[in-house]
Ligand binder design. Structure first.
Ligand code: PBG
Length: 333
């Protein structure tokens, strides 16, 4: 008897066929591993809300970067935790600070690793906001030269990628101008073009001590309800000279990733943020989720939605899984 219905299961029956027809792949060189860098030597302080992640002194950050590179991870993204903070966030352009030191050491320990420097003031200001604060709030235009200064400091230390995460208007143009003027026309800018005012940054703010002392970030980060606004932000950053744009957070914003992918033609990154990572770990700890599978599924979803590059705290675990299972079989255990 002939059958007139669709037998989709034929393409799913064996692991070999599933691998053959898989539409989206994840490979370690598309992953960016965020690292938190603090002052000190041989110092490793676990971050309670982000199991497996730690604040590392520059020497240990370099050792970690070398291990990640050996696993095939292409990039690290550095966040600084300064020894002291002030009103203007001067630690952001301290050439002797933990991030600058870590960049120099990573370039020795793993010279081919692509090093991204997150550029923002919130980890460095005593009030925890991403820019200079005056009576009316965060002063956008007064913050731009400070961000440019931080970018040049990171470039001088050896950063390949400057990644501004502050959400000030005009910062990509200001940073591009400063980098070019200082002889760093060859460094990339990956802007956090589409960054939402999200509850999912909670564990990061614990890790970096960057929770705003007053107010919140809704006057500069985006409203979670908006997607057309994301297209304007991405287009503006591309026009100002961004080489790549980012959408952040990841999983709650898959539609935004797809919309931005269809709207601009520069490469795009998605950031699976600290809260997404913590959430999966917390559920797995209770036995409610299978962590290796959930980690793979949630990151391949970001690629499927259109991200070329995935920034994730799972980078190391994913790279290990990809190495052990092979790129086409990982996640199909
Ligand atoms: C700094 C910055 C933040 C994150 C990346 N860069 C925190 C924030 O905006 O409050 C969040 C990353 C994460 O949650 O993993 N502005």
């Amino acid at each position: 008897m002939s059958e007139h219905f669709h037998r989709g299961r034929r393409l799913r029956r064996t692991a070999g066929v599933r691998a053959m027809v898989r539409e989206t792949r994840l490979s370690a060189d598309q992953l960016v591993a965020p690292l938190f860098v603090c002052a000190g030597d041989q110092w490793r302080e676990p971050i309670a809300s982000m199991p497996g992640q730690a604040r590392l002194s520059p020497d240990l950050a370099a050792a970690e970067a070398a291990e990640l590179f050996a696993l095939g991870v292409g990039s690290v993204l550095l966040f600084g935790i300064p020894a002291s903070k002030d009103a203007e966030g001067s630690g952001a352009w301290d050439a002797q600070g933990p991030v600058a030191e870590a960049i120099r050491r990573i370039k020795i320990a793993a010279p081919a690793m692509t090093v991204w420097a997150d550029i923002c003031l919130c980890e460095y200001t005593d009030h925890g906001h991403c820019g200079l604060v005056d009576a009316s709030g965060v002063d956008n235009d007064a913050t731009l030269p400070l961000l440019a200064r931080a970018a040049v400091t990171a470039a001088r230390a050896g950063a390949d990628v400057i990644a501004p995460s502050d959400m000030m208007d005009g910062r990509v143009a200001a940073i591009r101008t400063a980098l070019d003027a200082e002889g760093f026309a060859d460094r990339l800018i990956v802007s956090y073009a589409v960054k939402y005012a999200s509850a999912f940054y909670g564990p990061f703010r614990d890790a970096a001590g960057s929770t705003p002392a007053f107010g919140d970030r809704r006057a500069y980060q985006m409203d979670p309800a908006n997607v057309r606004e994301a297209l304007r932000e991405a287009a503006a950053d591309v026009a100002e000279g961004a080489d790549m744009v980012m959408v952040k957070p990841g999983l709650p914003y898959l539609d935004v990733i797809r919309a931005v992918r269809d709207h601009v033609d520069v490469p795009m990154a998605a950031y699976q943020v600290s809260g997404e990572y913590a959430m999966l770990h917390a559920a797995a700890e209770r036995g409610w989720l299978d962590l290796p599978r959930a980690m793979h599924e949630s990151t391949i979803a970001l690629r499927r939605a259109g991200a070329d590059v995935v920034i994730t705290y799972f980078a190391r675990a994913l790279a290990l899984a990809l190495r052990d299972a092979g790129p086409s079989r990982a996640g199909d255990a």
